[in-house]
Design a protein around this ligand. Structure first.
Ligand SMILES: [Zn+2]
Length: 451
């Protein structure tokens, strides 16, 4: 049966200015007609109105281009890599995915995690077992001993449960890509840069793979019909990824201007995931981060903003992603913060930021079918009480979220019950205090007070 949303203001996600919405027709989970603007035709006779959005904003559901569903609100590397079986992580993942959907995120891209948890969560939701967003999933990052994800000393080794797959030789790289494709990934994630105090004097981000190795991985993934993204912070690793033909870049926050120009020329989009960095800088103390770490992230944020603002102003396509899955970025809480940061830190207009969080970010999931409200696309949309073009922060306020519609169906907004963590999920180094609950509660309280 056809459904109709009438009235309100339409932001369609294409970057076009907002228009007055007369009505939008949804049929079979997709948008079948839109009547907007002053000259819009009248509502078809006998149409059953599902939502009257008078005084409200109708816009595409958000896409989070960077959400790790297997991490489970990790407070540290041990919690991310060691604790929790694959079975438990997958069940926990569907629990968290529902929270993500209820916060207005109708699709997300999972750029890597342990085992095939992201793939399993994707399939469980797609198969109708649980409610959740549409998901595009990678598996373990292709990594090496110079890269992010090789966290533990050599005498410990890389755990099977870790988020990185050590691929030191060309044959290991090829084998890992093939295994991941066999097991159903949508795309491949490479840990193209790493942070290591031992590799560069004074620490910093280093290019972890050789340019020819990156090219080998990207070529093999493309040959098998999969796209590739990379964690690449240092300028050299970003340049090498561009040369290798990467499909999109994560972070790129330490790239210089020449590198940003090359990224723009190549037309490769960038997901900075500033939310994670900004949240450590601002909220790290309630998630158990040391002062030294908080100070470092504050310096990182300043540098990132300088580099990324240059990139954006000079033609790099930006996508919103949050690095949700850590204690500073719990699921369902911060997915719209990146839009705010693009406005406050990169100098975008709210409309430009919304385009980054809808059409641009949907590139990482399913650009053919998602990201904008146009005829033929999935009817994935939000009805917001208020005008995000006046104040982009209202997208973070759950009280303003009147409806989350996924494939033409209203999402059940009954609050997800609070999750308890088991002792075996916790890092041994962290005290018995319920830091997880504290993190969520404090962040919510502080944000409510600020609103
Ligand atoms: Zn990440």
């Amino acid at each position: 049966m056809k459904k109709y949303i009438v009235n309100g203001t339409l932001i369609d996600g294409t970057g076009r200015p907002a228009q007055k919405l007369a009505w939008m027709e949804m049929d079979g989970g997709r948008i079948s007609a839109i009547a907007a603007g002053e000259q819009a035709p009248p509502l078809p006779p006998g149409a059953s109105v599902t939502i009257d959005a008078a005084g409200k904003t109708v816009m595409p559901g958000l896409t989070d281009a960077h959400c790790h569903i297997s991490y489970g609100v990790a407070r540290g590397i041990e919690e991310q890599d060691l604790f929790g079986s694959p079975e438990y992580r997958a069940i926990r993942g569907v629990y968290h995915a529902r929270k993500v959907l209820q916060s207005g995120v109708t699709s997300f891209s999972d750029p890597g995690g342990s085992w095939y948890v992201g793939v399993a969560v994707r399939d469980a939701i797609k198969g109708g077992l649980f409610p959740g967003p549409r998901i595009s999933a990678a598996a373990r990052y292709l990594s090496n001993h110079a890269a992010l994800t090789d966290y533990f000393p050599s005498w410990v080794g890389s755990p099977r449960s870790g988020v990185g797959a050590m691929t030191e030789t060309a044959s290991q790289m090829l084998a890992e890509v093939r295994d991941q494709v066999k097991n159903g990934v949508d795309f491949i994630k490479i840990a193209a840069s790493g942070e290591s105090a031992t590799l560069t004097p004074g620490g910093g981000s280093v290019p972890a793979f050789r340019a020819d190795e990156l090219k080998l991985i990207v070529d093999e993934a493309h040959r098998l019909g999969r796209r590739v993204t990379a964690h690449a912070r240092a300028g050299q690793s970003v340049s090498d990824c561009i040369e290798a033909g990467i499909d999109w870049i994560q972070h790129a926050d330490f790239m210089d201007q020449a590198c940003a120009d090359r990224l723009a020329d190549a037309g490769i989009p960038c997901c900075p995931a500033l939310t994670f960095v900004a949240n450590v800088a601002e909220w790290g103390h309630i998630a158990g981060c040391s002062q030294g770490r908080i100070d470092r992230f504050r310096r990182d944020l300043d540098l990132a903003v300088k580099n990324l603002e240059y990139g954006w102003r000079n033609g790099v396509t930006m996508m919103c992603g949050t690095d949700s899955g850590f204690a500073v970025t719990p699921y369902g809480e911060w997915h719209a913060r990146e839009l705010e940061l693009f406005v406050s830190h990169l100098g975008m207009s709210p409309l430009q930021a919304i385009t980054c969080g809808t059409r641009n970010a949907a590139f990482t999931v399913d650009p053919e079918n998602l990201g904008t409200l146009e005829v033929g696309k999935f009817a994935d949309l939000l009805v917001i009480d208020g005008d995000p073009l006046q104040d982009i922060r209202i997208l973070q306020d759950s009280r303003r979220l009147c409806a989350v519609i996924l494939g033409g169906e209203m999402t059940d907004m009954t609050p997800t019950p609070e999750m308890h963590r088991w002792p075996w999920e916790r890092s041994l180094a962290i005290s018995e205090r319920e830091l997880y609950r504290e993190t969520v509660a404090s962040a919510s309280v502080t944000r409510a007070a600020a609103a």
